[in-house]
Ligand binder design. Sequence first.
Ligand code: GLY
Length: 468
Amino acid sequence: MTALTADDIRRVFLDFMAEQGHVIIPRAPLIPRDDPTTLFTGSGMQPLLPYLLGAEHPAGRRLADSQTCLRVQDIDEVGDNRHTTFFEMLGNWSLGDYFKQEQIPQVWTFLTEKVGLDPNRIYVSCFSGDPEHGIPKDEESAGIWARLFTEAGVSADQVEVGTEEHASEVGTGGARIAFYSDKNWWCRGGKASEMPVGEPGGPDTEMFYLFPQVEHDPAYGEHCHQNCDCGRFIELGNSVFMEYRRTEDGFEPLPRRNVDYGGGLARIAAAAIDSPDVFRIGLLHPIIAKLEELSGRSYDDETRAMRVIADHLRGATFLAVDGVQPGNKGQAYVMRRLIRRAVRFAFDLGLQENFFPEIIPTIAQIYAAHYPEVGEHAEFVQRVLAKEEQSFRRTLRKGLKQLREYRESGVTGHELFVLYDTYGFPVELSAEEALAQGIAVSDDWRAEFDGEMAAQRARSQQSTTLHV
Ligand code: GLY
C-alpha cells in the first residue's frame, strides 16, 4: 500500500473512530479555557479533564479528536529527530464505556491495518504494578497484546524491566512486551508521587516503533530499549487506563473507568514513511523546503536550525490563531520566546532580513485544509508574527554584539537583564546563546534575573506613585 500522509492519517483515524461509535469533537484552543493551573493545552486529554473525573460530556461517552498541543518543557530537545514543542495528538476516549479488551485491539487495527505499520516493528510496554498502593501489574493489557502479536505471526515474549536504568542494562531482553514501573503510569505532570490531591491518572500501555536503520547510541545507556532516548525507538502513543484519583495517602478509584488514547500524529506519519526523522513528513517538510529555498542552505547541513524554526513558527502560528499576541507575561511571553528564538536561528542561516512573510503562508496552507480557522486568520497571523520579527530584528545584531563583549567577564542575571531590557532578548535565549558561544553563565542566573526584574517593577511603581 502507498504510504499515507499525515493528512491521510488524521482523516483515517477520525473516520475509523466515527465507525466505532465515537463523536468527533473540535480541537480546543492552545490556551485552556477554564484551567488556570497550566499555560497551554499540552495533551489531548486536558480539555476533557472534568469528564474524565465523572461529569457527563454533552456528546456522549465515546469521543475522538485531533488536538493541537504545545509543550514548551521540551523546547531544548527540539532539534533531534522527533521532539517538537507544537504537535497534534490524535485522541479517543471512553468515558466509562469500553475498556482494555476493546481499546487495545482498536489501536492495533488503526496502526497496522489502517496506517499499514509493520507489526514486526511495533513494541509495547505495560505497567509493572505499584504494590505499595495496591495497584496491580497490568497482566490484562499484556495478555491482549500477546494475543494480537501472536495472531500477526510475531513473537510476543514478555520481560520485566522495571526502571529505565534497568532497561538500559537488559535492553528489550529480546521481548516484545516490556513491563516498566514509573514510565507506565500516566498523569499530567508525569509522576505518580508528584500528583496533586484530586488529580486523575492510571496505568498506561505505550506503543513504540523500531527504526532499525538508526544505530543505538551508547551515550543513552548500554543497551537500547523501548524508552531509550537515542531515537531508535519512537513512541507512537499511549492508552491510559484512567481509573484512579490521587488522595492524601494514596489513590481511590474514579467513579468510572476511562480510556484516554493519545497518538502523536507526526510520529505515526513518520513511521508510515519509514523515516525516523519526523521533520520529513508532509506537515513539516514543506516548511523545511521553503527554508532551504530562502536561505540557499541544505537541511542536511543545517538540520537543527531548520527544525527549530519550523517547529517554533508552527507553534507561534497556532498561538496567534488562538488569539495570543507576543508580550512579556505568561502565554504571550512564551509566544515571544518562540518567535525570537526562530529569528535567532534564522540569523545563523543567513536569513538576516525579515522572512516571515515568505514562510508563514506555507505554514497556513499546510494546516488550513483541516483547521479552517488557520486559513481564515492567515493574514492576521502574518501581521502579528511579522511585527514581532521586525521589532526583534531591529536590536538582534546589537544584542549579539553586546553579548560578545561579555566573553571575558561571563554573564550573571544582571547582564541577562540588560539584554532583555535593552535588546528584547528573552532571558532563556540569552543564557542559551552565551553557553553556545562559550561564555560563562553564573549558576544563579535565573534568580539573579528575577531579582533585577522585581527591582525594576518596584522602581516603576515608585515613580508612578511619585507622579500621581
Ligand atoms: N493519552 C495521554 C497523553 O499522552 O497525553
